[in-house]
Write a protein that binds this ligand. Structure first.
Ligand code: DX5
Ligand code: ZN
Length: 216
């Protein structure tokens, strides 16, 4: 089963992004997670294209872009041009998710769909066989460093049932409150991609932490 760690740039040192990109390059992290927040869909604002372009210059790993913005359709082309390898949008932010999935794929980028913890997993049923990735948020989108919501294990199991029913083989990603204590259980629950911000960047030895989370 695929196991990927996607460290979240949100917890990196913004005064020295180049060094953190180089750390990611030489680590076992397969992707770099990029949290884009607009202050509208979520209460927080993070960063946009100039930062993404700068990171793209230094990071050799695929950029796993998580859009927490209203009207993602307006910006998909620009995120693709800025170097996104995967673009994940929130189901809650669009009227026609299929249209957005097609738009992302047309740019030659992998497409992901995500939901906050208060949205029923069943809404994803029509899309699991159309996307490359489903992201189950394990905290409410908006901030790093929040506590993992334990109910998420039931939601992952529910997603797996829906995927089996639809014969879908997208990757399952989780995001929020992931750390060395729950990484093993999450992988065992069928999760393929763990996003981890504070657990990686606040660790005394981030590459070691990435390795430990992978091998837990
Ligand atoms: C939260 C973001 C996460 C965040 C995770 O809205 O989507 O990617 O950076 O941070 P940690 O791993 O610290 O919970
Ligand atoms: Zn994220």
């Amino acid at each position: 089963m695929t196991r990927i760690i996607s460290p979240s740039l949100l917890s990196a040192d913004f005064g020295n992004l180049k060094a953190d990109c180089e750390m990611i390059n030489s680590s076992e992290a397969e992707w770099l997670h990029i949290d884009v927040m607009d202050g509208s869909f979520v209460p927080n604002i993070s960063f946009g294209f100039p930062v993404l372009e700068a990171v793209k210059k230094h990071c050799i790993k695929p950029l796993d872009v998580h859009l927490m913005i209203v009207h993602p359709e307006k910006y998909i082309k620009r995120f693709a041009e800025a170097g996104a390898g995967i673009i994940t949008f929130h189901y809650e932010t669009v009227e026609n998710p299929l249209e957005i999935i097609e738009m992302i794929k047309a740019e030659g980028v992998k497409a992901g769909i995500t939901i906050n913890p208060d949205v029923p997993v069943s809404v994803l049923e029509p899309f699991v066989d159309k996307v490359d990735l489903v992201l189950i948020m394990t905290v409410f989108a908006g901030y790093g460093g929040q506590k993992f919501i334990e109910e998420s294990y039931n939601r992952i199991a529910e997603l797996r049932e829906i995927m089996a029913k639809k014969d879908a083989n997208c990757l399952i990603e989780v995001d929020g409150g992931v750390n060395i204590n729950n990484a093993g259980k999450l992988f065992e629950s069928g999760v393929n991609v763990l996003v981890a911000g504070s657990a990686v960047f606040n660790a005394p030895n981030p590459p070691q932490m990435i390795q430990d989370m992978l091998n837990t």
